[in-house]
Design a protein around this ligand. Sequence first.
Ligand SMILES: [Zn+2]
Length: 407
Amino acid sequence: MLHITGSNSARAKTSNHTAILRLICQHGPVKRADLKDMLDLTLPTITTSVNAMIRAGLVRETAPDETGAPGRKAHALTIDPAYGHFLGIEMRDTGRTACITDFRGRMLYAAADTKLCTDYDRALRSAASLYRKLLKQSGLDAASVKGVGLAVPGLVDSAKGVLTMHPRDNWLDKSICADFRSLTAFRGPVRTMNNTASRAIAAQLFRQDLLHDADLFAYLLIADGIACPLVVNAPVMSESVIGNGEVGHMVMHENGALCSCGNRGCLEAYAGDRAILSVCTEAMQSGKAPGLKAVLGKKDAPSMEEILLAQEKGDPFVTGEVQQALTTLGIAIANIANLSNMDTLLIEGKLFDRAENQKLLTGTISKHLYSMVHSKTTFRFLKADPLSGALGGAAVAILNAIERYTG
Ligand SMILES: [Zn+2]
């Protein structure tokens, strides 16, 4: 059991209803007696609350065959997927993805727009058109969507529904939830959260199998940039994500490479996909990466998949660049682990489609850990998924519905 000492109003306890519903979402099918033990509540309190959830259509009892114990009376509780649909959107400048899920976070429909939109209004219009496209594709009307979640990079004030800062494109103080509502006329709840934190929420709600016994976990996303929010894995906390997680802008070299944020020497100027692609493209154009050139043929700009292929084929420049990126990343992650003592680190990035790169990263992290204390950290690589941000958005919408439930 996690014990939090000291006071922090942002970490206030949630209501019993929210904590119970969240636990059913995270651990269902789960028995009432187990909920009682996990939350330290009385059985009558659990029963009264659960009965109201069943009446509201949020929760149902499992059929005997779902509990894995045929012939025994069913007592376990699970989220009722039929409660409603949720729509998640990840809005980045380099692309927008969207999906519709059920209340259990199972993806039912998905859509994407890969056009570059560095202008906030254009990017938001693209997000709104994906929303309309998904409604059309699914045949659902807007009223049956119980909530929308917007996952965006940068600093986000989730409580106010404001994108505070997206440094690369200079998107500042945008009322993104209100703007989305006025573009789409959607009348239900809209919530926003940082796009890596959204992925962490999806893992917390739907992938507790990856977080066994983890009181504190982190979600490392290496995409265009790098982020690594820390998450308190306790259902009784109203705000489980701690801080901003913007480790991509941790300074690794004073006066080093120029970062998209305007500072120099940031981690993502060395280890993000954007940095690796830019350095390798330049090397290829000046004849230093013939292996990459051979992989690309007539194309002039590589994708991460092609970088990995050139690495596999042994292009020395690409191999050296990827190794250097992973070493820098590993040192940064070891520093975070030394600071936070997290139990589990979930890692998502195209670089890790190659097992060799997974080994290099974990090797570098382990080398720099203060190992007497941190030997317990578990590293888990997730398959890089172009829709993970959209699913994160849907998870934020589902979390919002759970937190808004008042019994
Ligand atoms: Zn930076």
